[in-house]
Write a protein that binds this ligand. Structure first.
Ligand code: ADP
Ligand code: F6P
Length: 462
């Protein structure tokens, strides 16, 4: 049986503090712990010189092989082309994107360097699973080095429609690079269709809906929505419900309803619009003053990218302004915390809230939406308010789905969630739990790996 080798920019379990906040880190860690294998990627360290060879560390059945980046590589590949070009454009924020030819050259150079670092660790029967937008040229770099193993790619973030992708100058090269994979997987069928639209309409290729062919090269395609383990989350949330921090939060509410939001501090997450929706709710419903609070947990991310510094300043100003306008001596409407929490504790915090407000402007999937539902007490569950622009919206039939740009609609949905009768809450929650169980994290992993094995005509990793 073959071995699974996962490649991603961020490798989760390097730090004892637990996985980094981010859907990729959380999802891949849980998925890989069961199959075992190798996880190769960036150590998170940026040094004067890049590492000579990967640092190897084995924990349980997973071997972590990590490399440090040189400062110039970090600037061009991670901070530059990945997070100041691809991330904004793939989230439909061309207004925030820049293009710098040197950064793109650095992005390609680092992909080639990473492939060369991985090569000595590979065995002939390994199956390589590459994750996310940092690594689009990785398969092409592997093939140049003579690596012949099956290589699949999964995109955790949205894939933009051709008119948006055209704004990235090397868009055609990016598509050609994706075509070098044996399988390219997306979170939703909408994302997959956007890729196929480019291949067929913009580049003159062909597709039968399951594969794409361009310039004589064919790759398989598929939609593989990432999931969670809902029962494990429910168990952890319940088990941690009496921890000191969770009790402190409950006590601080004095019977008030809690609306919770948990996101990396990213402009794609719709935090400003959400604060405005909460403000609109308070403006429209004076009866709610002193009776509801919004807890926004937002750990900082990519703090050295300018657009992230700007969103942080905006949120500080907006939470301060709204609190200044509505706070009472014994009530702060918005609690805004820039910190990371231990995972099980976070699940218990989610369980404490009557409403989960997950309203990104654009999101590949959004695991927090799934975690919020899974963390609820099934006999008295909270209600999920969910953006129509999160991949998760396709799979969450019981959510109140909103357009996050429509501040009044979001405010009304929060109010409806706060007043929803118990039987309706139970029924909505049960329908979503059934869906989460049906398409949990193992379904995501196994469906992708099966499709990759089919595409490359090899046996599955053990
Ligand atoms: P993204 O991948 O864009 O960050 P997701 O919602 O898919 O968005 O995944 C975020 C993951 O990070 C979730 O599993 C969530 O629980 C975790 N996370 C987010 N904020 C925190 C935090 N403050 N502390 C701990 N984990 C967090
Ligand atoms: O899931 C989307 C994602 O971009 C991952 O690729 C990434 O690991 C995560 O969000 C967090 O971002 P970063 O790795 O830049 O901290």
């Amino acid at each position: 049986m073959s071995r699974l080798v996962v490649v991603s920019n961020r490798v989760a379990a390097v730090s004892e503090a637990g996985p980094a906040a981010g859907g990729l880190a959380i999802g891949v860690l849980d998925a890989l712990k069961e199959t075992g294998g190798v996880w190769f990627g960036w150590s998170g360290e940026c040094l004067a010189e890049a590492s000579d060879e990967p640092t190897i560390e084995t924990r349980g059945n997973v071997t972590y092989a990590t490399v440090s980046l040189a400062k110039r590589d970090y600037d061009q590949y991670y901070r530059g082309f990945s997070n100041a070009t691809l991330w904004p454009v793939f989230h439909y924020r061309n207004d925030l994107a820049r293009y710098d030819r040197q950064e793109y050259a650095g992005y390609q150079r680092v992909n080639r360097w990473l492939a060369a670092q991985l090569k000595p660790l590979l065995r002939p029967d390994d199956v390589i699973w590459v994750h996310d937008y940092h690594l689009i040229p990785f398969a092409a770099a592997c093939r140049e080095l003579g690596i012949e193993n099956p290589i699949g790619f999964f995109l955790h973030i949205p894939f933009p429609v051709p008119q948006i992708l055209f704004t990235v100058p090397p868009h055609a090269e990016l598509i050609q690079a994706l075509m070098q994979y044996d399988l390219v997987g997306f979170q939703t069928r909408v994302d997959m269709q956007a890729f196929l639209d480019y291949v067929v309409r913009a580049a003159g290729g062909q597709s039968d809906g399951r594969s794409a062919t361009l310039d004589g090269r064919t790759c398989a395609v598929g939609a593989f929505p990432i999931g969670v383990y809902p029962d494990a989350i429910a168990k952890a949330a319940k088990a941690c419900a009496e921890r000191k921090v969770v009790r402190a939060l409950r006590d601080s509410l004095h019977g008030r309803a809690l609306v919770i939001s948990v996101d990396r501090l990213d402009y794609s997450k719709g935090l400003v619009e959400r604060f405005h929706a909460f403000e609109a709710l308070l403006a429209a419903s004076p009866g709610l003053h002193g009776r509801v609070s919004l807890l926004q947990i937002a750990p900082p991310t990519r703090s050295d990218v300018q657009s992230y510094q700007l969103i942080r300043r905006t949120l500080e100003a907006e939470s301060g302004r709204i609190n200044g306008r509505y706070a009472q001596l014994d009530w702060t409407p918005i609690q805004y915390l820039n910190r990371k929490y231990e995972r099980n504790l976070l699940m218990a915090l989610l369980r404490t809230a009557r409403v989960g407000c997950v309203t990104p402007l654009r999101d590949g999937m959004n695991l927090v939406a799934k975690e919020y539902v899974a963390a609820q007490d099934p006999t008295d569950p909270g209600v999920l308010v969910l953006s129509q622009f999160a991949g998760a919206a396709e799979e969450m039939p019981g959510a109140l789905v909103v357009n996050p740009f429509n501040v009044m609609q979001t405010a009304e949905a929060i109010e409806r969630a706060l007043t929803m009768p118990l039987d309706e809450r139970i029924q909505r929650h049960a329908s979503m739990m059934a869906k989460l169980r049906e398409s949990d994290l193992s379904v995501w992993r196994d469906a992708f790996l099966n499709a990759l094995a089919d595409a490359a005509h090899v046996a599955l990793p053990a």
